[in-house]
Write a protein that binds this ligand. Structure first.
Ligand code: TYD
Length: 145
């Protein structure tokens, strides 16, 4: 990895930015609604979800040049590791009414998926492979520029 002198070149805020969604509860159960630009800070152009992930799988391993996302574990649980090139943070996602905002230029890895994990992702853009940074060294160089 990188030594601390290099990693402390820039100031960093807390990486894990949680978004709390409303839960509507009645005798039938619970409901959470999410609207673009109201509950999340962008237009939602894409929704995708990861499920049936094997527990020993680690996935992600990329950052995005522009894409912003909200990750919500609507069932089960998983861990996410966030890294902005300076700070690293690992958090557990396990609540359907709480999402984590992952801004552009954040390296992410997901792991420890429970068998029943459904990880819902709301994304600010359609899938564009050219927006991905899949090499950590490239990511680190871009952050330090
Ligand atoms: P991949 O980027 O490898 O997922 P991870 O988040 O674990 O890095 O995506 C897996 C496959 O799905 C890959 O072939 C690209 C494709 N894919 C889409 O077609 N659309 C999407 O919105 C996403 C996220 C992936």
């Amino acid at each position: 990895m990188h030594d601390n002198t290099t990693r402390q070149k820039k100031e960093s805020l807390s990486l894990a930015q949680w978004i709390e969604f409303n839960q509507r509860s009645d005798e039938r159960g619970l409901l959470t609604a999410i609207e673009e630009n109201i509950h999340v800070p962008f237009n939602i152009k894409r929704v995708y979800y990861l499920y049936g992930t094997l527990s020993d799988v680690r996935r992600g391993f990329h950052a995005h040049k522009e894409l912003r996302q909200i990750l919500i574990c609507v069932s089960g649980s998983c861990m996410i590791r966030l890294d902005d090139g300076i700070t690293e943070e690992e958090v557990k996602l396990f609540e359907p009414h709480r999402g984590i905002f992952v801004d552009k230029m954040i390296w992410r890895e997901m792991y420890d998926f429970s068998k029943d994990c459904v990880l819902l992702v709301l994304a600010s853009d359609v899938y564009r492979e050219e927006d991905y940074i899949r090499d950590y060294e490239d990511f680190f160089q871009m952050v330090m520029q």
